[in-house]
Write a protein that binds this ligand. Sequence first.
Ligand code: MN
Length: 187
Amino acid sequence: MKTNAEQADEFDVHEVPAREPLRFVVHKHQATQLHYDLRLELDGVLKSWAIPKGPSLEPSDKRLAMAVDDHPLDYRDFEDVIPGGEYGGGTVMIWDEGTFLALNETDREGSEEAFRNGLERGQFTFIVAGEKLKGEFALIRFARAGEKTWLLVKKRDRFASTKDVTEQDRSVRSGRSMEEIRDGSWA
Ligand code: MN
């Protein structure tokens, strides 16, 4: 059995994976309230959680993550302005993106199986290889607060950090700031 750090080491978003991993995106979304949307691929859709404070690399932070509607897989490419008046109206940035696998799984099939089970059980641990988010995370259902309420927690590994990762505030896809996306400019 490999350690988590070894698994994370082998798993680099810039390499062509031997077997296709699953994809994730984190949208930064300036709607009525600023929040981040974590979207993880499963069975051809993006399972989604809205995280008011955004992700943290500090394991003692437990970030509220509200389960929201699945989105189509293509939505991972969306970076633009949702018109005011529409649901979620506001600016959407591709804040982070990359790939992920379930902990101790080495391929898409095993990871999807673990993810499905994790959604049932209310606990899913996964290894992400993004630009900003890396290493092991867990989504844990916080049933006391309702079926849709989860916590996103960084596990302690060499990617854990007390630095506020949300201070990295440009798009990983375009390099743009929220203001540049809002104004439709390509700086
Ligand atoms: Mn949103």
